[in-house]
Every structure is written in structure tokens, then in C-alpha cells.
Design a protein around this ligand. Structure first.
Ligand code: GDP
Ligand code: IMO
Ligand code: MG
Length: 426
């Protein structure tokens, strides 16, 4: 069997959690391959909304095994809080969740460093979620990080002290206030809690599952435009959010990758700093934020909103090798009688391009738009046959431009607000 990958094509929050939950019954295993508690994946069913940060979005499906892969950065404190929040749902998490021993640990000083680095950047801050993502990946790449498997070592406290002492040296130069005794105590309690779960050699685990014929869905976090290599650097996260990240973040060979589901909103949003060519800073932007309830699932910050951006979607499709597109939040665009689609960028020297320029952060990009007719009616509870013609025209326009079929349309936050379409470009 193959590993299918589902990932965001924009700046995160495309609706990955909802769709992984919808698709999970088709898979034996759901696996997170990168990111950490900066993610906030929302699932809605039976009138209840759940937000997951570190736990894969297959956790509510009783027959699905869930893996936190080696490419993830895991904060035991956040993990514990998340598990405790789920206890009232009587899920068999201890049997269904497996954590890679090679996943990197986020220690409390990583969060403090995140805060220190952001404050020091002043106006140029990234807009990080301050969950310790950058500093923990820095330690991983710098070959001094701690991994989940280290908590089983009798020398763990010693290793922890060695790493946090390095962090304290840096923190001395920053004005960050904290109660270390309390942070350390909470961390070690959470580490004890974490020891109660299945800590595994996840690369063997996953490859054995594959050998035994299991189907696997790799769940991306963040979005391709936040990728450390391909995003709008430095306004990015610290991991490879693109499809290739599933190989390194799980230990699966490229030849095992099957479908690549690229998920995008029918418009665009971004939370945090960095370029956003189609951003609407006017009334329409406000209307989108309100209609789409565009506030961060992890931090509650208002998301910046704008029109759909085809040059950046084409870029993400290219980097990821997307085989199917999934369009979210079609219902939100119902508020507009006219919908704009950015087809090109005009650069400061007047050239028109469909490519993202290297100087994306400094270049003054003017988005060039085509206007399509809106549908202006509620679509949340409609079937595909009942979809307004203007919505289907919007979908066909995007398919023709992007040259990838849109096989799913989401019309609301609930599991049931999902239309599965056949696989051909209309
Ligand atoms: P993720 O990080 O990609 O999992 O996305 P988030 O959960 O951060 O943000 C997506 C938000 O949109 C959540 O509040 C979802 O409940 C909501 N959502 C998902 N699909 C739809 C949809 O089709 N319509 C509407 N109105 N909301 C949706
Ligand atoms: P999900 O998985 C949207 C953004 C932050 C910031 C930048 C760096 O829910 O789609 P970091 O905390 O990684 O140092 O932040 O990336 N960011 C996200 N934006 N959705 C996310 O995850 C995000 N994770 C990080 O806002 O701009
Ligand atoms: Mg999110």
C-alpha cells in the first residue's frame, strides 16, 4: 500500500483537521510528520468542536492508529493537557496512539527562547505562535536536542540540565521573566505522563504496517507557503511542510508516496507577519473574517484575509506534486456577489508574472485579478446537484487554471458538510 499525504497549500488553517477526520475511516493509520503545538486542527461533529495541536486528527475514529512521527516537535506539557481534555470522550487513546522515539522534545526553555527571539526582532517579528517551534528545531539541527526516546534514559535529568543550561546562557541577555521551579516541575510531571504511552521506533512501525498492507494518511501541519525552504523566508515556520517532509518526517521512501491531497480555502488567509499579495485590508477583508470566523485555532489571533491567489497555489502544487485538490469554505464566499481571483502578479518594474519572485518579502507585488460572478446563496446543506451554477463555474475555472481536479468541496465546518466529487477536470 501507499502513503497518501494531505497538506495545506496556503499559509495554514486550510481545514486539514476536518478533512483528515473525514478521510480517516478509509485509512488504517494517520500520521503527523512535522510541526508541533503551533498547529491547531479543528474537527466538528455531533455539535462539538475539537481542536487538536499535537495529536493526529484520526484519533476520533476507533479503528484508526495514530502516529506522531519523528519529524514532529513534541511538548509533553501541551500533550498532557490535550490528552486530558479528550478523556471525557472515552477514546482508547493508549491503544491507538504511537509516538516516535525520534520526535524532538520541546522543553520549557524553548518557549522562553521563542519569546526572547521574537521580542528582540521588534517590528520584524515573525508572528510566531510562541510554542517553542523554532528553538526546538534549531537544537535538533544543531545536534544538541533531546528526543522522546531520551525520557527512558536514566540520565534524562542530566541531559535536560545540560541543554537548559545552554538556553539559560542565551536567556541571560534577554529580559524574560519566568518561574523556573514551576516550569521544571510541570515538565517532569508531563514527562512521566508521556512515559505511559507507546513510544516506538516509528520508521519500523510504519514500514511494517505498509508491508502488511495497511493504508496510511500523512497529515501535514501549517501550509506550503510557510515551509522553511519554499515559504516566504524568514516569515515561515521551521519545518518542511511540503510533501517531501512526509518522507523525512516518517521514514517512508519517496516511492511509497501515493496521492497528494492539496487542501486550500476558496479564498486566502494568513496569521502572523509576512507577504500576502491578495490581502484585503478594507471592508471586504473584515466581512471575510467575520463570515469565515477567521481567528487562529491556536492563538485566537485574527487571521488576515484576502482573495484566492493562483500564482502561489500553482507554486504549491508544483512543489508538492498535488494529485487532487480539496476546496474548503465555499460557503463563506456566499457573502459576495462578485469574487476576485488573482491570476498574475505585477512586479515593481511593470512585468507580469505567474511566479513568486525571490524577493517576495521586499518586492511590491500588485495582484492582477479576474472577476467571477458570486453565488450569493447559502450552500452549507446543499448536495452537489443542488450547487449553484456560479459555484460550479468557480470550481471549473480553478481546475482549468490549476490543472488538477478538485475532488472535494467543503461547505461548512461539520464532517457532514462535505461533497465528494469524481476525479476529472470538468
Ligand atoms: P487546519 O489547521 O488546517 O486544520 O484548519 P483550522 O482548524 O485551523 O481552521 C479551519 C477553520 O475552518 C476551523 O474553524 C474549521 O472548523 C473551519 N472549517 C473547515 N471547513 C470549513 C468550511 O467548509 N466552511 C466553514 N465555514 N468553516 C470550515
Ligand atoms: P496549522 O497546522 C497557520 C505561522 C505563525 C507564524 C509562523 C511561524 O493549524 O495550519 P511558529 O509558531 O511556527 O514559529 O510560527 O507560522 N503558523 C501557522 N499559521 N496555521 C498553522 O498551523 C501555523 N503554524 C504556524 O502564525 O506566522
Ligand atoms: Mg489551524
Amino acid at each position: 500500500m501507499k502513503v497518501d499525504v494531505l497538506l495545506g497549500l496556503q499559509w495554514g488553517d486550510e481545514g486539514k483537521g476536518k478533512i483528515v477526520d473525514v478521510l480517516a475511516p478509509r485509512y488504517d493509520v494517520v500520521a503527523r510528520f512535522q510541526g508541533g503545538p503551533n498547529a491547531g486542527h479543528t474537527l466538528e461533529f455531533d455539535g462539538i468542536k475539537h481542536v487538536l495541536h499535537q495529536i493526529p486528527s484520526g484519533i476520533f475514529r476507533a479503528k484508526t492508529k495514530n502516529i506522531i512521527g519523528n519529524g514532529v516537535v513534541l511538548d509533553p506539557i501541551v500533550f498532557r493537557a490535550e490528552i486530558e481534555k479528550l478523556t471525557k470522550y472515552n477514546l482508547d487513546i493508549k491503544s491507538n496512539l504511537f509516538i516516535s522515539k525520534k520526535a524532538t522534545l520541546i522543553v520549557p526553555t524553548h518557549r522562553l527562547l521563542d519569546q526572547a527571539y521574537e521580542t528582540a526582532k521588534g517590528e520584524n517579528k515573525i508572528g510566531s505562535t510562541l510554542k517553542g517551534i523554532g528553538p526546538s528545531y534549531q537544537d535538533k539541527i544543531g545536534r544538541q536536542g533531546l528526543r522522546v526516546g531520551d525520557i527512558l534514559s536514566t540520565r534524562f535529568s542530566e541531559k535536560f540540565k545540560k541543554l537548559t543550561d545552554i538556553h539559560f546562557e542565551i536567556l541571560k541577555n534577554h529580559d524574560i521573566i519566568f518561574d523556573w521551579n514551576e516550569l521544571e516541575k510541570t515538565f517532569f510531571e508531563a514527562v512521566t505522563f508521556l512515559k505511559g504511552f507507546s513510544l516506538v521506533d516509528s520508521e519500523y512501525f510504519i514500514n511494517n504496517e505498509l508491508k502488511n498492507g495497511a493504508s496510511i494518511l500523512a497529515e501535514g501541519a501549517q501550509g506550503s507557503l510557510l515551509d522553511i525552504d519554499f515559504g516566504s523566508y524568514p516569515f515561515v515556520t521551521s519545518s518542511n511542510t511540503v510533501a517531501a517532509g512526509a518522507c523525512t518526517g516518517l521514514g517512508v521512501a519517496p516511492s511509497h508516496i501515493g496521492e497528494v491531497y492539496g487542501i486550500f480555502k476558496a479564498y486566502s488567509t494568513r496569521v502572523g507577519s509576512g507577504p500576502f499579495p491578495t490581502e484585503l485590508t478594507d471592508d471586504d477583508g473584515e466581512r471575510l473574517r467575520k463570515a469565515g470566523n477567521e481567528f487562529g485555532s491556536t492563538t485566537g489571533r485574527p487571521r488576515r484575509c484576502g482573495w484566492i491567489d493562483l500564482p502561489s497555489l500553482k507554486y504549491s502544487i508544483m512543489i508538492n506534486g498535488v494529485t487532487q485538490l480539496l476546496m474548503m469554505k465555499a460557503d463563506v464566499l456566499s457573502i459576495f456577489s462578485q469574487i476576485k481571483v488573482c491570476t498574475h502578479y505585477q512586479l515593481s518594474d511593470g512585468t507580469l508574472t505567474e511566479e513568486i519572485p525571490y524577493e517576495v518579502v521586499n518586492e511590491k507585488i500588485i495582484p492582477m485579478y479576474t472577476t467571477l460572478k458570486g453565488w450569493n446563496i447559502e450552500v452549507t446543506n446543499l448536495s452537489e446537484e443542488q450547487m449553484p451554477k456560479e459555484l460550479l463555474e468557480y470550481v471549473s475555472f480553478l481546475e482549468k487554471e490549476l490543472q488538477v481536479p478538485i475532488t472535494l468541496i467543503s461547505t461548512g465546518p461539520d464532517r457532514s458538510h462535505t461533497i465528494h466529487r469524481s476525479e476529472k477536470i470538468s
